[in-house]
Design a protein around this ligand. Sequence first.
Ligand code: 3PG
Length: 395
Amino acid sequence: RTLDDAGSLVGKTALVRVDFNVPMEGGRVTDDTRLRVALPTINKLREAGAKVALLAHFDRPKGQVVPSMSLKPLVQPLSELLGAPVRFAEDCVGGAAHAAIADLDAGGVVLLENVRFHAAEEANDAEFATSLSELADLYVNDAFSAAHRAHASTEGVAHKLPAYAGESMRRELEALDAALGDPSRPVIGIVGGAKVSTKLDLLKNLVGKLDRLAIGGGMANTFLFAQGVDIGGSLAERDMADTAREILAEAEAKGCEILLPIDVVVATEVKPGVETRTVLAREDIGADEKILDAGPLTVEKLIKALALSKTLIWNGPLGVFEVPPFDAATVKVAKAAADLAKSGALIAVGGGGDTVSALNHAGVVDDMTFVSTAGGAFLEWMEGKALPGVEALRA
Ligand code: 3PG
């Protein structure tokens, strides 16, 4: 159910779970993406005449009141983005929260203090969920990126009030469904990042769903090693070789073509401007050399594979993109994906972990069909797991 199913909201109070777990330095927000993502829902509710009580966690205070993890520093940037005042309540339940909400006019907004200051939040305590529910007439979950947590503010409270998906949650679920639920085929995945071990379930789920899967980044080294390639001094999980072979066998059985790097960029250390060599992955990597990026032949092959595809799901960079020139493959492939998405030829969805930074670095975030702001939740969704915060909205 979305906000369009909520009926008249005039004079009602909406308890809106947002993800304001934003990067902060010295009490200042350094990236306000997650604040901006919440604006459509907040504005829609305000325009409908509702009072808006924003509920969020910040960091991991483990049930303690940790002043440096207060949400108060978000009041000003949020108020600037909304172009309207935002009140602050020193607690997310009890007298302070009730009083702040009572003081609001229709269309007013209050930000409630960090819900994780209460241990009952992460315990998904029923009484705490009831206390949250007593603040409002309806519950709106707009925090897809926290939906993998079965907490009182993401799960428990959804069973105690009429519950709806907010605008950002709705967009996120629609995009993810277009990419893996019932995708236009052929569908290709690009999965990069350092380790196979953290993405095992994800890889196993994807090989059953995709037509092609390109593996890049450090985890490709483990696959090359598992195939008997001498990867020199490259980062790899050599003890995962059997698992990597199992994934390759499963992919073959399920008709998912695996694309591994054909050529790679190597250097003896990870340093900007360091001397590099581009070599064939299966031939001449020196004993002291590390694979740090995919090479031009691999990039060309990936771009051709993208052109053959109707849908792309991308998680993880292809190289050490933070250190130029090892960002080259990620940037080139991201630009090709974004160009295809812009022309309408490809549904291109990305997210999870440092994927957003990598796509940002490539300057393509606005041209992709959809880029998720979620980290862990995006990965769990790619693993095929049900997300408690989403399931609670369906119940
Ligand atoms: C995130 O930043 O991915 C979400 O806000 C979830 O945060 P958590 O990992 O602390 O639950």
